[in-house]
Write a protein that binds this ligand. Structure first.
Ligand SMILES: [Zn+2]
Ligand SMILES: [Zn+2]
Length: 102
């Protein structure tokens, strides 16, 4: 996996290449905070959060960690660091012309 200026590149075992713009990947975070799980709002009410998280345009990953063989944890420059991206999920959200056709 390669971190470029504005995107992250992953080359899979089957030679498939996926490119993820930083902001796109940040917005695709599925952690409890970003997916708006109940009990996390300040009012104590569960508000479904369907909007993508509010993310600066120039957000970038500051640190990657591997989570076993399961996926990647990413620290972002906007301070968000609870996101884990499973490899299955990353492959699902691949943006290449081949995958987006499906
Ligand atoms: Zn998140
Ligand atoms: Zn693809």
């Amino acid at each position: 996996m390669t971190v470029r200026d504005k995107e992250i590149e992953i080359v899979w075992n089957d030679k498939h290449v996926s490119l993820y713009p930083n902001k796109f990947l940040r917005q695709k975070c599925r952690c409890a905070v970003c997916s708006g799980e109940p009990g996390l709002t300040s009012a104590g009410l569960s508000m479904p959060n369907v909007e993508p998280p509010n993310v600066p345009d120039d957000v970038s990953p500051t640190r990657f960690g591997q989570v076993g063989s399961y996926g990647l944890s990413v620290d972002w420059s906007d301070g968000h660091n609870t996101g884990i991206y499973s490899f299955n999920y990353l492959r699902q959200i691949c943006q290449c012309s081949l995958c987006s056709k499906r």
